[in-house]
Unconditional design. Structure first.
Lengths: 219, 585
């Protein structure tokens, strides 16, 4: 099932994927264990003439065992998740490249700071649905919404963040492989929700330079 | 709660009653059993509607923007020559979920079985407040009519999802839906009144009207589950009611509780909604767990494994359900620290669910298992709940949830839990049908129903996990609009074919139900040789239920007890020299 995961091209995606795999193996083992036991019991203890069910109300030692073991597993998973979560969400590394993404029904409005590196100046460059970022650089996205809640989803970067009107939410990622990746909206945002998507272009330094030269206002 | 002798029912109900006319017997009835049946038929009707909507949704996902067979009669703008436009698609999944949650599972599992079973299983003649009970049904029906009316107003029905996230739901301009969304809100406000009346009645009845000897810890687990459900409803619904009223004010009166331009906060809606919404999940699933426990014990001919652990784990689930709502909001923009806290509480709530699953296995262990249709469906519920419970652990882990949030992984998960309740629902219908209607259902047909439903349920919902792992978003109208979803499209087609077959398989149930209603074999009092009190009453029980009020001597699961020769020992059957006082456990 996990081979269906889209190719990962972000620095933290591998961490998310390995947690995903770990939980997959654990839950898979529990599923097989419980299912095999269930089928075994259904076959072994099916009704047969002359055999009476065992009169038992439970077994405290067993019950404590199957309470404690899942509790320990879940605790370990929690701690592993907490440390990943902290690395991904709480401490964004300093930005190499900044961009504003404002969601609106039904497009991503993308603003680059332009040559001066500052937003809100005359040399800002704005375009819908085309997000160009350099490869192997920490990108900060200032995520906003003009109307309803949208969700900024980059499947290949294992990144999803809702864009909430009235808020400016900082999202960061670092793409590790040049290419063109889809950027769908993942939160129902109205009748045009389906098909609201942009493209993330992860550019090599040469491509990046070329794109900037062709599109950004010149100093 | 103590193990003391239960309170004796204090209010007198005449054992002989005057004959009531047609209207008082079948329509404006105050008899808990008739009200239970009314809720059952309301739920079935809505199940058909909600199911048909699911079929339309699935058609669109498999063969986007093609005409749905048989829908050419649908007027514009709902459909164009049978082709469903995006706006209608959004209405369909919004109302599909709303109907299934509020007008199918709640009326049947809580409304029908709560009403029918509580007095019968605790040994009372009726509910504490019979008139309030009747009102609860009629107000619920009114809510259902208001909900359906939403399809007949200009602009169409609510299209903001069953979660109605603001601001999408808070301003008509964002969806183009005006009165449809308003009626959706008003319907749920009315339904809240119905559920409150029901829950007050359930709680009062269970606390005050248990038969002599029926201590709390001699109650069947389904009664425990309904009791806890009623408490959850009583405490959760006011929060939804408040949130819905605020949303209606935002829409109609120009307040800005959820609109940032007026100083409001969109995330406030999510906090309020999920503060209700997560306990609501347990409102839906606890009665299913209770029924499953009872049915597994009866047909394993063995006491429930760890009865006290089962009751306490349900209580634990109920309490924990108040502090896990934030796991719906990990990527909402909520402070990541809160994400951590909610992940911890969510991991904790998995423990009592695990206990229940293992105890169900323990109940089967060294039993003498009868594969009747209720038993097969109860086993089906356990097997699906296992998958639904385990897949929940993925989304509890905050980093993993970043990826799978709002994908089909979530759709797969909650259908395994919530749509999986249909297995407990069918188990309950097959199990209590003889008591409810005085006739047996056709067993071979019921088994065919089980096999088909089990296969096609899993063929429908399991592949949704794969879609989710592939990144397939929820609530999209046309997956082929996305390049990265192209390789997944054959899975969508497979799911749709399975879903259509799952829908068709239900014909076996409808046929069986209605045929058995009139032509089934007459049921004896206790066809399953079960222990609980409802089987001591005639089938179907008359007004007032019992010939003489039962006295309870023991717990509900004394199967294969060494004290008697038969493999069951009803709760109300005295043994020589036994008093009804509960023994300490």
């Amino acid at each position: 099932m996990m081979s269906w995961l889209p190719e990962n091209v972000s620095t933290f995606g591998g961490e998310i994927d390995s947690l995903f795999y770990l939980i997959y193996y654990i839950t898979g083992a529990v599923f097989i264990l419980v299912t095999v036991l269930m089928i075994l019991f259904l076959v072994l203890y099916r009704h047969r003439e002359g055999r009476r069910a065992t009169y038992s109300h439970g077994n405290t030692a067993l019950e404590i065992t199957w309470t404690v073991i899942p509790a320990v597993i879940l605790l370990v998973l929690s701690f592993m998740s907490v440390s990943s979560w902290g690395r991904i969400k709480a401490h964004a590394p300093p930005a190499d490249f900044q961009v504003q993404v404002t969601a609106k029904q039904f497009n991503w409005e993308i603003v680059y700071p332009g040559p001066d590196g500052k937003f809100g100046t005359a040399d800002d460059f704005q375009i819908d649905n085309d997000l160009h970022v350099p490869v192997n650089k920490v990108v900060h996205v200032h995520l906003k919404s003009k109307d309803v809640i949208h969700s900024f989803f980059l499947p290949n970067l294992r990144l999803k963040q809702d864009a909430v009107p009235g808020r400016d939410i900082l999202v960061w990622f670092e793409a590790t492989k040049p290419g063109k990746y889809e950027l769908p909206c993942a939160e129902l945002c109205g009748f045009g929700h389906s098909g609201m998507r942009g493209w993330l272009y992860v550019d090599t330094p040469e491509e990046s330079e070329k794109w900037v030269k062709e599109n950004w206002p010149q100093q | 709660m103590s193990d003391s002798v239960a309170v004796v029912a204090t209010h007198a109900v005449p054992a002989h009653h005057e004959e009531l006319g047609f209207w008082r017997t079948y329509v404006f009835s105050t008899d808990h059993k008739m009200i239970g049946r009314q809720f059952l038929f309301l739920g079935f009707f809505m199940l058909v509607l909600g199911g048909l909507m699911a079929m339309m949704i699935r058609w669109e996902l498999a063969w986007p923007e093609t005409a749905v067979p048989g829908l050419r009669w649908l007027p514009e703008p709902y459909a164009y020559e049978g082709i469903i436009p995006p706006q209608t698609y959004n209405m369909l999944f919004t109302i599909h979920a709303t109907l299934m949650i509020f007008f199918v599972v709640m009326p049947i599992m809580v409304g029908c079985f709560g009403n029918f079973l509580i007095p019968l299983m605790i040994g009372a003649r009726d509910m504490a407040f019979p008139t309030l009970n009747m009102l609860s049904f009629w107000v619920g029906l009114l809510a259902g009519l208001v909900m359906l009316a939403g399809f007949f107003v200009p602009g169409g029905h609510a299209a903001a999802g069953w979660t109605a996230y603001a601001p999408l739901s808070a301003k008509a301009a964002y969806t183009g839906v005006n009165w449809g969304q308003n009626l959706w809100i008003i319907s749920l406000l009315i339904l809240g009144v119905s559920s409150l009346m029901g829950s007050i009645n359930y709680i009062t009845t269970i606390v005050n009207m248990r038969a002599p000897g029926m201590s709390y810890f001699r109650m069947p687990l389904i009664i425990w589950s309904l009791f806890i459900t009623a408490v959850l409803l009583l405490l959760a619904l006011p929060v939804l009611t408040a949130a819905l009223a605020m949303l209606l004010f935002d829409r109609a009166l120009g307040t800005s509780f959820f609109l940032p331009e007026g100083g409001g906060e969109p995330l406030l809606w999510q906090h309020l909604f999920w503060f209700f919404g997560h306990p609501e999940v347990y409102v839906l699933v606890l009665p299913a767990m209770g029924a499953t426990s009872d049915i597994l014990s009866t047909f394993s001919r063995k006491p429930v494994f760890g009865y006290h652990a089962m009751a306490f784990s349900m209580i634990a689930i109920a309490f924990l359900s108040w502090i896990v709502w934030g796991h719906h909001m990990f990527v909402s923009g909520m402070n990541p620290l809160m994400g951590t806290a909610f992940m911890m509480s969510t991991m904790v709530i998995a423990i009592p669910s695990a206990i229940k699953t293992f105890n169900w296995l323990g109940t089967l262990w060294r039993g003498s298992i009868r594969f009747t249709s209720p038993m097969l469906f109860a086993l089906g519920f356990v097997s699906n709940f296992l998958i639904g419970g385990l897949s929940g652990i993925f989304m509890a882990s905050t980093p993993v949830d970043i990826f799978i949030h709002d994908t089909y992984y979530i759709v797969a998960h909650f259908h395994y839990v919530v749509a999986g309740i249909i297995f407990a629902l069918f188990a309950s219908v097959y199990y209590w049908f003889p008591k409810m209607f005085g006739r047996m259902m056709n067993e071979p047909l019921a088994k065919i129903h089980f096999v088909l439903t089990y296969i096609f349920f899993n063929a429908t919902f399991f592949p949704m996990h794969i879609l989710g792992v592939g990144g397939h978003m929820r609530r999209i109208y046309n997956p082929t609009q996305y390049d990265f979803l192209h390789p997944l499209q054959p899975i969508n087609v497979f799911i749709t074919v399975s879903a259509l077959l799952l829908g068709l398989s239900q014909i076996t149930f409808v046929t069986n139900f209605f045929w058995s209603l009139f032509g089934g074999k007459k049921a004896e009092r206790n066809p399953w040789k079960a222990n609980t009190l409802e089987w001591a009453a005639p089938s179907p029980p008359p007004h007032g239920n019992f010939d003489a009020l039962p006295v309870v001597y023991r717990g509900p699961y004394e199967y294969s007890s060494p004290e008697v020769e038969e493999d069951y020992l009803p709760q109300n059957q005295p043994l020589v020299g036994q008093s009804s006082v509960a023994r300490p456990h």
